[in-house]
Design a protein around this ligand. Structure first.
Ligand code: CA
Length: 227
């Protein structure tokens, strides 16, 4: 999943970013309210973790303005200790949940999982292309009923491709969604991961689902890809 963290305290931001990356998420970090609002609007995040006390624009304003512009990403607010008023204001501004600082990473992770689960339940429960199935809730992947073991990054890449079947996915687009905004589209990391994925998902099965479109990128489809 793709997550935006809006937090001005470097250490907290890095701690959250590192932990979420280890869980296989793509994480962008914004260091003030304006940058957070900008990134939240131009990118499609599966979740936004938004601190309340931010330079330039506070978390309430950022959340309210994102909602006004139709951004529906779930928002988890990080509020100051015991500030009941903050919680109410956050929810009023359109946040989905809040977490009081300081918090243990496990607690953050539990909230993140719950919000992502809620969001993916409201999308489609199980993703299917031909006989390939991916369950975002359990993260279970099968092809023709056989379980396929994927690393967290391979899983994230496959989920992204399965959410966008039949579409040309350029390396830049994949990089932005599955890696993060600092991803270098010139690197061959994506090609390496696609090749791993192909070995696990397509090898020994028919028809092939992962297609390379020369000079354009990749496409997941069970039909013949465009020449
Ligand atoms: Ca802060």
């Amino acid at each position: 999943m793709k997550i935006l963290v809006v937090e001005d305290e470097q250490r907290v931001a890095q701690f959250i970013q590192k932990g979420l990356k280890e869980e296989g998420h793509a994480v962008d970090v914004a260091h003030d309210g304006e940058e957070g609002e900008y990134l939240g609007e131009i990118n499609e995040y599966d979740l936004i973790i938004l601190d309340v006390m931010l330079p330039k624009k506070n978390g309430f304003e950022v959340c309210r303005e994102l909602r006004e512009r139709g951004v529906g990403s779930p928002v988890l607010m990080l509020t100051a200790r015991d500030a009941v008023e903050d919680k109410v204001r956050g929810l009023d501004a359109g946040a989905d949940d809040y977490l009081t600082k300081p918090f243990a990473f496990e607690e953050l992770l539990a909230r993140v999982r719950a919000l992502l689960r809620r969001a993916s339940e409201s999308k489609s429960p199980i993703l299917k292309i031909a006989d390939l199935e991916l369950d975002p809730m359990s993260r279970r992947v099968t092809r023709a009923g056989q379980p396929i073991r994927l690393t967290t990054k391979e899983y994230a890449l496959l989920e992204y491709m399965m959410r966008n079947p039949g579409q040309v996915l350029s390396r830049t687009r994949i990089g932005e969604h599955v890696w993060d905004m600092n991803f270098d589209p010139e690197s061959n990391v994506i090609d390496v991961y696609v090749s791993h994925l192909r070995n696990k998902v397509d090898k020994g099965f028919e028809p092939p689902l992962i297609h390379t479109l020369r000079g354009q990128g990749y496409m997941l489809t069970d039909e013949a890809p465009p020449a």
